[in-house]
Design a protein around this ligand. Structure first.
Ligand code: GLU
Length: 285
């Protein structure tokens, strides 16, 4: 007998939920199937500069209004520092991390100088890092670390690729996907300011929460290549994936949190019922 999957919805409290989030949340909850369904909620609030407790409260309220229920306790990434540090230490011991001192501006300048292709293979991450800090000497690293008061940590994607060999993951839509470990390049696994990153946190948390089916938008498909590499390096179980389409508004533009007109709050204030909003999000009862 197939066991029902454990799914999750993992919003970042950087704004109000909009229809795109409602779609993702309903998609994940429905995918959990089963009675009782195991549907989890994770608050991805590592980016302390952008996340607000008021948005977290609003997200929980909107999800409940939409008719969703989830397992307690809710996992908050801001409380998971020790788990992320332990994972980083394992990766460090494998010799596949290096400190990076570049600012965003320096990276953009370097990419422009190298005349990189305009295509952005890195998905949400933008074009791959040009590797400026990869080959600094130990001495230079120490000097720059002192001067900069710390560093970000990047994965050496080529070294990691050698260690893990051929990998794949299963997407319920796309089927068996062969991993390209270089797709995101040398991604940041620990930001200088917060000591972790979306990529590291999501992999560690999905494993710790025993999520067996990761559902999320297709814009994150490139990230899954890196996540699969991290699972292999850290010896973590591999969930199944379902990267779903992003629902679009009337203009066909991707719904963004900035688009307040489509915020669940706004629709509620306009007098729409929960069932109407579920239908707008693509899940008619
Ligand atoms: N916090 C991420 C987002 O809002 C979650 C992505 C994921 O489901 O892995 O896009």
């Amino acid at each position: 007998m197939m066991t029902e999957p454990v799914t999750r919805f993992a919003p970042s409290p950087t704004g109000y939920l909009h229809l795109g989030h409602a779609y993702a949340a309903l998609f994940a909850a429905r995918a959990a199937g089963g009675a009782p369904a195991r549907f989890l909620l994770r608050i991805e609030d590592i980016d302390t500069g952008r996340c607000r407790p008021a948005f977290e409260a609003a997200i929980l309220e909107d999800l409940a209004w939409l008719g969703l229920t989830w397992e307690r306790p809710v996992l908050r990434q801001s409380e998971r520092g020790p788990a992320y540090r332990a994972a980083l230490a394992r990766l460090e011991a494998l010799g596949i991390l290096y400190p990076c001192f570049c600012t965003r501006k320096e990276i953009a300048r370097e990419i422009a100088r190298a005349g990189a292709a305009p295509q952005e293979s890195g998905g949400r991450d933008g074009p791959p890092y040009p590797g400026t800090c990869r080959n600094l000497s130990a001495q230079e690293r120490e000097a720059r670390r002192t001067a900069a008061g710390g560093a970000a940590l990047r994965i050496d994607a080529a070294k990691a690729a050698e260690l893990v060999g051929a990998l794949s993951f299963t997407d319920e839509d796309a089927g068996e996907v062969r991993v390209d470990p270089l797709l995101l390049g040398d991604a940041v696994l620990a930001r200088k300011d917060i000591g972790t990153s979306y990529h590291l946190a999501v992999v560690v948390d999905d494993a710790d929460q025993e999520v067996s089916l990761v559902t999320r938008g297709r814009d994150l498909l490139p990230s899954t290549h890196l996540h699969r590499v991290l699972q292999a390096l850290l010896g973590l179980p591999v969930p199944r994936y379902h990267h779903h389409p992003l629902i679009a508004d009337e203009a066909g533009a991707r719904l963004a949190k900035r688009n307040d007109a489509r915020a669940i709050r706004t629709l509620r204030e306009e007098g729409k019922s929960s069932a109407e909003v579920r239908a707008l999000a693509g899940f008619p009862d």
